[in-house]
Design a protein around this ligand. Sequence first.
Ligand code: SAH
Length: 671
Amino acid sequence: MKTFCGRANPTTGAMEWLEEDEDYDYHQEIARSRYADMLHDKDRNMKYYQGIRAAVNRVKERGEKAIVLDIGTGTGLLSMMAASAGADFCYAIEVFKPMANAAVKIVEKNGFHDKIKVINKHSTEVTVGPDGDMHCRANILVTELFDTELIGEGALPTYEHAHKYLVQEGCEAVPHRATVYVQLVESKRMWSWNKLFPVHVEAEDGEKIIVSPSEMENCPGVPSVCDIQLNQMPLSDFTVLSDVVTMFSVDFSKPVSSASTYYRVQLEPIKSGKAQIVLSWWDIDMDPSGMINCTMAPYWAKSTSIYQWRDHWMQCVYFLPNEEPVLQGEKVYLTACRDEYSVWYKLQKAGEEENKTDVRVDSPVCRCQAHLLWNRPRFGELNDQNRMRQYVKSLMKVLKTDSVCLCVSDGSLLPVLAHYLGAKQFFKANHLEDKIKIIEARPELLTSSHLEDKKISVLVGEPFFTTSLLPWHNLYFWYARTAVTSHLTSDVTVLPQSASLHMMIVEFQDLWRIRSPCGTCEGFDVQTMDDMINNSLNFRESKEAEPHPLWEYPCKSLSDPQKVLTFDFRKTVPQHCLSTEGSINLLRKGKTHGAVLWMEYHLAADISINTGLMQIADEKGNCEWNPHCKQAVYFFSSVTESETLSDLPSAVTYAINFDTKTGEIAMDFKI
Ligand code: SAH
C-alpha cells in the first residue's frame, strides 16, 4: 500500500506530497533505532547473562520449574540467554511487529523454538490461562525497558501490570533493582541551555544590554529529559557542589507502583556556589546481592576504570527551576518528583523543608514560550557571546541609519541587535514591538503592504530554522531570499552573503558502533537483525547522511577539512543543480569510518560563523566541534557492512550534488 504524506520541505520550504510506502515509518524506526547499539553493549549483555543464569539457578535450587517472562524481547536475546541457562520455558513479549517477526526468525535459527514462544503484543494485553498466551504465571521476570531517564519508556506501568497479572508472588527479577544517583553542580555551560543570559552589545553610542523578560527568567522550562554523553563534558565546565548521593531505588522483584510520588534527600554542599543543575544517572543490580552491577556513572564518579561506551543509555541533566546559592556545610534538601514517565527536581533550604504539603511540585511547564521555540542547544547557541559578537560586528558594517531590514530566521535576536545598532526600520518574519514589526507570513506570501510599501535594503538571517535537521536545511534562507526578491532594493545587502559546505574524513572513537553489524552476540546468531537494519538503511536505495552533535562523539580527522560547495545568497537560487566531484587525500592512518559535513556562513568580509569543525586540537587529529550544532555524518560501507579494507587507502573520492529543485544533497564516496 502507498500513502501520500504532506510536508514542508525543510530546505526549499515548498509544500510537497510524498508517496510513502506503508512501511516507511517502521523502516525509519529500525534504521535509526538503538538495537545495534544495545547488541554491541558487551558490558550490558554480559551482566544480563550472569544475572539470568543466577536467577535460573536459584529457581532450580528450590526445585521449581523455571518459567521466564521476557517483556520487550527485541531480538529475543534475553530469552535465548535464559533458555541456554536451563530455563524450562520462556514467554518473549514484543509489541513492535517487525521486531517480533525478527525474534521468531532468530529464535528458530538458534534452535530455541521449542523453548521460547514469541508473542507479538503489548505486555498489558497478554493473557494467562489454559487458552491464554501464557499457560501459567512466570517465576522469572526479565526486562530491558529502560531509557537514559530509567522510566521514560514506561518501565513502571509495565512492571506494575506484570506483577499484578503475569508473574508469581516472590518471583525472581533480572534486573533485581535499579538505583538513581544525583549530584548537584554549578555550570554556566549547562545553565546556558535553559536560560537566556543578558546579551551585551557594543553600539556606537555605548554598551546596550538585551535582557530577557521576567516571565522567561522565572520559567521552569520543559519536562523533556536532557540526555547527553556526560563523559564528554570536561571537568572545567562545571563545579561539583555535592557528593554523589542515592536519590531512589526500585525493587523489580516486588510489586511496583507507577503512581506519582516524590523522594527527598538531605545534601551537605561540599563547596559554596550556585546550585543550578542536577546531574543524574542510574545503575542496575542484576541480582539481589548487588554483585552484578551495570552502571552509567560518568568517569569522575566511577570506582572502576572499566568503561563501556554506549549511546542507548547516557546521563541526564536536570535544570532546577531557579538557581539557588548554597553554602558549604549548610544542608539543603533535594526533592525528586516523578510521574509515570518522567522525573524533575526541586531544591529547598533547611527550614523550608517543614512544609511537607508543598513538596510535591507540578512537572515543569513552560510559561514563557521560549522553551517551546528554542531547544537546549539553541539556547546555548544564543548565549554564545563570541558568536553574537560576530553578528554585531557584521551588522555594524552593513547597517546605515536609513536601512530597512528584513530578518528571516526562527526565534532570532538579530532584529533586536540591529535595532540597538541603529537600523531605522526593522521587519522580521516572525517577534517585538515599536521599531520591530513581526510579520506572520511565509516569505513567499510577503506583500508590499506588509512592508508598508518600503523596499528592503538589508536582508539578514543567522540563518536558523527550527525545521532544520541536517546542516544544509538552513539553506531555506536562500529560498526565502529568492522568494522576496521583488521587495529588495537593487543594491540590497544580504547577510550572510554566502555559505559553504565543508567536509572531512574521520575515524570515530565509538560512534561507528551504532551502524555496525553485530553478527553474533554472546554466542547467539543475530545476523537476521543486521540484515533487517541494513535493509531499512537502504530502503530508499540511497544512503543518507544523519545528524549528530559531534562534541559528544570524539573522532580523529584523517584528512584536511575541504570546502566542497558554495552558495551565493547575493544571487537567487539557480535553476540548475550544484555539483562537485573530487578526491580528498588521507593524511593520517586510521579507519575511514565516514565523512562529516557542515556549513559555514560568511556574514561579511572576514567574518564567518562555523557550525562544524572548530579546530584540530593535536597532532593525533582529535577534533573540536561547534558545541551548539549537529553535523552531518555519512557512514561508509566499511562500517555498515563491516568490510575490511585490504590496503590502507590514501584517498577518498566523492561526488556531491545539491539539487536546487528538491533542496536535497546526494553524495557518493569511494575509498
Ligand atoms: N530485550 C532486548 C530488547 C530491548 S529494547 C535486548 O535486551 O536486547 C526494548 C524492547 O521492548 C523494544 O523492542 C520495545 O518495542 C519493547 N517493549 C517496550 N515495552 C513493551 C511492553 N510493555 N510490551 C511489549 N514490548 C515492549
